[in-house]
Design a protein around this ligand. Structure first.
Ligand SMILES: [Mg+2]
Length: 421
């Protein structure tokens, strides 16, 4: 093979329909944004990835893309240098899907990730090998995912009810869990909390425990509880939950909760970059970190995080935002090649009714996603779907993720301020 050099990129923002999933900030908009990244090479091979699709992300991707022409597709370190140089002068403006304070490092990391995934896809296609083989080899050929439960309205205000139905109490959550387990075979369950008063969410977890005695259960209120409320819930659910995710804001707050419970605490909010890791560990704030290649900086950065977790005796799980099959394929390859990623990964997949890749390559089997067998990520873009979803992006008017404004349609005084309980 005579080199694999980047000749250009195509970045296509898309919008996909999203149901009214509730969380501590508010409610999902009718459309979620993603971008599809294509990195073209001199060999005629194109690498693919999926990233956030909000305006700050698109500006960063476009600024960095111009600097990638001529890059050796195997030079991932060179990618990092070029992106850092291209974005080094910009004011840090975190993509709106990210949490925590914006920083140049996080902006660079999320931008590197979008291209790094596409470069690995191109490498795999050129070599005839799967991405997981390039990441050290698969230690599991099928990656377990957890069923992601959400409180939700029957439909967006002013629209017909969606196919999923309402879930606003323990019975609704259990019914939703039965649908997810029956349809996908999920072997563990996670409830997005921070929506209802905490005692109602405790009741929902107890109802899930009764209905699914053997399923590991998680609760994630997205930092919507005070330390005091977190102590109360942790006391009630110690021994019931597999882990409690981000009960309260910030490393000191999480450390105060951790100090009085044996329930493991997990985070994708207070430790979200390598800058946060030393403090998080020193204060004993968390026992499990949720990786996410989209914001930790790609596959190799996520494996570096895995090494840190292994060294310091922390657990490793995986976070998700609303995503499509390209991201699911990337998450699956990464998880397959990360030995200590032993918790089932999060995924929003069941909530998406539109797709941008050809069907068949990425599918759920008994609550797992088997690693796609084809070279690279093993998935193919559905060009018609890409064009349709881009047109939907052009027409829908959504350009940032905003869970607060749509909540104000129903609750005019809603602020989204946390902690609320
Ligand atoms: Mg979370």
């Amino acid at each position: 093979m005579s080199g694999l050099t980047v000749t250009g990129t195509t970045i296509t923002p898309i919008a996909v329909k999203d149901p009214p999933l509730l969380n501590s900030v508010g409610v999902h908009q009718p459309f979620a944004l993603r971008s599809i990244v294509e990195v073209h090479t001199n060999a005629g091979i194109t690498g693919l990835s999926e990233a956030y699709g909000d305006d700050p992300t698109l500006a960063n991707l476009r600024a960095a893309a111009a600097a990638l022409v001529g890059l050796d597709a195997f030079d991932i370190n060179g990618l990092g240098r070029r992106v850092a140089l291209a974005l080094g002068q910009v004011t840090p403006d975190s993509p709106t899907e990210l949490v925590g304070a914006p920083s140049v490092a996080k902006t660079v990391a999320s931008t590197v990730s979008a291209f790094e995934v596409a470069l690995f896809d191109a490498q795999g296609r050129a070599l005839g090998r799967r991405v997981c083989d390039l990441l050290g080899g698969a230690v599991r050929e099928a990656v377990p995912f957890s069923g992601y439960l959400f409180y939700k309205w029957a439909g967006h205000p002013g629209q017909e009810p969606d196919r999923f139905g309402a879930a606003l109490d323990p019975d609704g959550i259990v019914a939703q869990a039965k649908w997810l387990v029956d349809t996908y075979g999920f072997g563990s369950l996670k409830l997005k909390g921070g929506v209802c008063p905490p005692d109602e969410e405790i009741a929902a977890i107890r109802a899930l425990r009764a209905a699914f005695p053997d399923h590991p259960l998680r609760l994630d209120p997205n930092a919507n509880w005070t330390v005091q409320t977190s102590h109360h819930v942790a006391g009630e659910l110690d021994g019931v939950l597999e882990y409690l995710e981000d009960p309260t804001p910030g490393i000191p707050g999480m450390a105060a909760v951790a100090a009085r419970t044996s329930l493991p605490l997990a985070t994708n909010m207070c430790v979200t970059s390598f800058e946060d890791v030393p403090d998080g560990i020193a204060q004993g704030a968390v026992q499990i970190i949720l990786s996410d290649h989209h914001f930790w900086g790609g596959f190799r950065a996520s494996q570096k995080l895995a090494g840190i977790c292994e060294t310091f005796g922390l657990g490793l799980s995986m976070h998700s935002n609303t995503h499509l099959g390209l991201s699911l394929a990337a998450m699956t390859h990464l998880a397959a090649a990360t030995p200590n990623l032993t918790y089932a990964c999060d995924t929003h997949s069941p909530w998406q009714t539109e797709e941008v890749i050809e069907p068949g390559a990425v599918r759920f089997v008994d609550g797992t996603v088997p690693v796609p067998p084809g070279p690279g990520l093993g998935v193919t873009l559905d060009r018609d779907a890409l064009a349709r979803l881009h047109e939907q992006y052009r027409e829908c008017g959504v350009r940032h993720r905003d869970d607060i404004t749509p909540m104000r349609v129903v609750h005019p005084d809603w602020t989204g301020k946390r902690p609320r309980f």
